[in-house]
Design a protein around this ligand. Structure first.
Ligand code: UDX
Length: 458
């Protein structure tokens, strides 16, 4: 790998670490990735991404070919660089609290390696961690294992990421902001310098603060976004009780208010993914331990959990009983364009459908291999949307895949036993489906005598 004074290392080559590594290398900054998983490291060294993310494979290939990216299981690789980002996972513990064991071990391994290094080294915590972790956990471990005090020779920063799956590369290259939580001025200056090099003079808005505030920015962002989704799902459920009302119209109108904003107002089956649930639980747990119960976030989570029951209720209402009915679940991934099923609403819905005696057959363009690891033969799997709905009593749309949008009313009519459709993602135009038994999240039952929708969302 080409090394210069700006070379960096990244510990933990999961989703965040790998996307961060690929983007650093794409900006000509020599990057060494470190991970304890030998197989993963070998794959990356061949320029192949071990996970699905648009653009990542191409970027890795180019970076490896240009000798700007290398990967290793040897932590001493960090000593050839000047900055190390910690991007290991911080999963939930049993009680929802954050599990810092990977971060602690990575810091120990890094500390041991850095002990042999001469010259300044900056350590940056990018993993999502509760406020106080860099100062109270990472700092003492580092000092203990490097035998160096954080200060003139050893820097420490928190630098949370805001990457979304599916657009992570673009998010890393063009972030809305950069948040640096520095333990001292030298650390802040070093990381700012690296950012200037990365963004080639076009630095995004930069917030420099202490590590604790930086960590809370990350939790506050995810808590706000999750709450926005539970808010619109609440409005959707109210809209659904009101004839002629469509939550899409309501969301469009309120989103035009600059104070509210149009994004994250899509009603659906509830949020999934690796971050929102985990981070909210960690934040609630952290806050409660400090003596404050954040009831708003409890309600955000509860609303999200119950949204699955709303979807199952809609199916049950259409069918009378779900017992021995064939229900086609279209979409398993937690959102489109990913094979990630972590915390996906589809699994909450499938669990409840099965409890009520339904036979579930599911389709997803990418997530079936991952789903099989969890559900194995508890449900059936289909190869395409049409074979999924064939002979089904009900179809439930759980992920907003483009491929599913292409299904026409005539497909449901001709393939299904009875065309009962629960559109949990609002991918179809209700007007096109009015002849079918179509119900959707946030769509008030039509009033047979009065006008239909007063307005339509273009
Ligand atoms: C999220 C944050 O957006 C990102 O900043 C953070 O770093 C990690 O967590 P991600 O989990 O990749 O990113 O997905 P995101 O696009 O935010 O969607 C999360 C969930 O919310 C998905 O299940 C999605 O379908 C759902 N969602 C999103 C809605 O139901 N309605 C919306 O309007 C937006």
């Amino acid at each position: 790998m080409k090394r210069d004074t700006h070379s960096i290392s990244i510990i933990g080559l999961g989703y965040v670490g790998l996307c961060t590594a690929a983007t650093f290398a794409s900006r000509g900054i020599g990057t060494i990735g470190i991970d304890i998983d030998h197989e993963r490291v070998q794959q990356i060294r061949k320029g192949k991404a071990p996970l699905h993310e648009p653009q990542l494979d191409d970027m890795l290939k180019t970076a490896v070919k240009n000798k700007l990216l290398d990967a290793t299981t040897d932590f001493s690789g960090a000593t050839d660089t000047n900055t190390t980002f910690l991007t290991v996972g911080t999963p939930s513990g049993r009680d929802g609290s954050i599990d810092l064991s990977f971060l602690k071990q990575a810091t120990i391994d890094l500390g041991r390696a850095l002990r042999k290094k001469h010259g300044y080294h900056l350590v940056v915590v990018k993993s999502t961690v509760i406020p106080g972790t860099p100062t109270n956990i990472v700092n003492p471990i580092l000092e203990d294992f490097t035998k160096t005090k954080v200060g003139p020779s050893l820097g420490l920063c928190a630098n949370p990421e805001f990457l979304k799956e599916g657009t992570a590369i673009n998010d890393a290259l063009h972030p809305d902001k950069i948040v640096i939580g520095a333990s001292d001025k030298k650390s802040a200056d070093r990381l700012t310098g690296l950012c200037k090099r990365f963004y080639r003079g076009k630095l995004p808005p930069l917030i420099i603060t202490n590590p604790e505030s930086a960590e809370l920015v990350k939790y506050a962002s995810n808590a706000f976004l999750a709450t926005k989704i539970s808010f619109i799902n609440t409005i959707a459920n109210i809209a659904q009780q009101t004839p002629g009302v469509d939550v899409g119209t309501v969301a469009k109108a309120i989103g035009l208010d600059a104070r509210i904003g149009e994004l994250f107002l899509k009603a659906g089956p509830g949020y999934g993914g690796s971050c929102f649930h985990k981070d909210l639980q960690a934040l609630i747990n952290y806050s409660k331990k400090n003596g404050y119960n954040p009831v708003l976030f409890q309600a955000t989570e509860e609303t999200n959990e119950k949204q699955a029951t709303r979807i199952v209720d809609m199916a049950e209402k259409l069918l009378g009983s779900l017992s021995d009915k064939k229900v086609a679940v279209l979409g398993l991934a937690f959102k489109k364009d990913t094979d990630d099923i972590r915390e996906a609403a589809s699994f909450r819905v499938i669990g409840q459908l099965r409890k009520k005696g339904a036979q579930v057959i599911a389709y997803d363009p990418m997530a079936i291999p991952n789903a099989k690891k969890v559900l194995s033969d508890q449900i059936d799997y289909a190869n395409n949307p049409r074979s999924t709905i064939k002979g089904a009593d009900c179809a439930v749309i759980m992920t907003e895949w483009e491929q599913l949008r292409k299904l026409k009313p005539k497909d449901f009519r001709s393939y299904m036993k009875t065309p009962n459709i629960v559109d949990a993602r609002r991918i179809y135009d209700p007007e096109d489906f009015r002849e079918l038994n179509y119900v959707a999240v946030g769509l008030g039952q039509r009033n047979p005598t009065g006008p239909q929708q007063v307005s339509r969302v273009p």
